[in-house]
Design a protein around this ligand. Sequence first.
Ligand SMILES: [Zn+2]
Length: 574
Amino acid sequence: MSGRVPQAEAQAGPVDWVSRAADQALRHAQDADGQVRLVTCASGASPSGPVHLGNLREFLTVHFVADELRRRGVPVRHLHSWDDYDRFRKVPAGVDASWAEHIGRPLSAVPDPWECHASWAEHFKAPLRAALAELGVEMEEISQTEMYKAGTYREQILLAVRERNRIDEILGRYRTKAKSPEPSSEQEAESLEESVAADDEAPAAPGDDLARFPFKPYCRECGRDTTTATAYDDESTDLAYTCSSCGFSGVTNLATQDEGKLVWKVDWPMRWTFEGVDFEPAGLDHATPGSSFTVGQEVAPLFGGRAPSFFGYGFVGFAGMQKMSSSAGGVPTATDALRVLEAPILRWLYVRRAPKQTFNIDFGPEVVRLYDEWDALGRKAADPAKRDAAVLAHERAVGPAAGPLPTSRVSVPFRTLSSVADVTAGSAELISQVIGQVGYAHESVADLEPRLSKAMQWTAEFVPAEDRTIVRETPDAERLAALEPRERQWLDLLLANLPTELELEAVTTVVYGVPKLAHGLAVDDAPTDEVKTDQKAFFRLLYNLLVGKDRGPRLPTLIVALGADKVRELLAAS
Ligand SMILES: [Zn+2]
């Protein structure tokens, strides 16, 4: 044997759902002769409301698979379809009731009630774009409004209409077979297919081949989709319709005019073929019998294509949000999550679990543990000998193929930053100064970003008031006047030994050492049982006098954060 490394061994390494999905996308893209063309990984979303953390899974699932192919040097694109030609379905809470007038119009034709964007659809696309940029997600966006209105799909529409009986036969088989439970939760109910899926289920009189016509015009007069086809001429491709909203009757020509869209269950497989989609996941509700994917698999060949590689992904929920006033009416978006989570950590939450697993993003105290876990994984990832599936998830999370996302130059545990932010309730400059004193040398606030801002925002917005630390403004005169002699002795010993320039290690020694000194021991002697009991009583006394509670952040950190003057002011004999 020569020293040549066998191919399989050279490629050996941890495997995760991303690598497996990338393999499948690649296989799908391979022509008969084994040549790989551009691989298309597709996502889709309807900008009907805030894109919440459940919808974010659509974008990130596709991103990670496209990113894996990019790392392998395969030509790939992440193609994202905005289903902004879908109908506006209902007026959400908080929007003026007069918007009911727009129900039935395309999301791209509904005005923005907040008056900051060109349309309803654009209002909800914009913040997601910003969040995706922070997350390192690059995608090629297409607007279905633009595609349909430009006549891009004319041939496909004419084909679907010619084949409407075969399409209806396929749809019909699934209609009778599967009355699978439709999406139940609010989150799933807002899935992309839903706005038009109902069109496919319309009851039809026997022999009425227009009732399930695969193309739905938007009314030329009022712009709504409340239209009913009344006649279709296969020769001229004239479609006559009436509108139940405004009473308009008209004719649209499918070969020359572009005034409507294919119904969802036909639209989706048409686009797989049109765009050459190799991989496109969707919420688990799309993978049930009778769902749009199952039906689409059979419809796609009519367009000369085939279904992409596919899997359904699970629900993403949230917890620990009692305080939050989110833009999504309590349902957090990617923007909300990025206020407290570094972009790589948010990526990590989505990449570390198999797609079928559901999970919650917890904005409560769990955030602190999440940061600790992430930092520990980062230390493990630094050792090439420890490369396993967890480290692979870390590699995918730190950034896209193009390079890692920005991280703090000086790494400080999130719990330390949030503690100091809590105690000082102060500016980034003040926190930065205290962070230096507690042992994390750095030159400027910028060295602590982006983590510092996230810690400040989390402390201010997600820590419940009863858990916040409120430093006393004035000494507790009553408690100070009622001190027992040993309590006064502890405080005097503390004040006598507290250095002028507070530094964490020295302060720690003094705080733990005071009860030892009171027992005639030295500060670095091992504590006796009596000393340990006294330490507990002493610490509680300090919390009482400094923050008016029985507990709080670590005392040495608290004292350094308060500064010597404030500590003396609150503890000195009156
Ligand atoms: Zn009308």
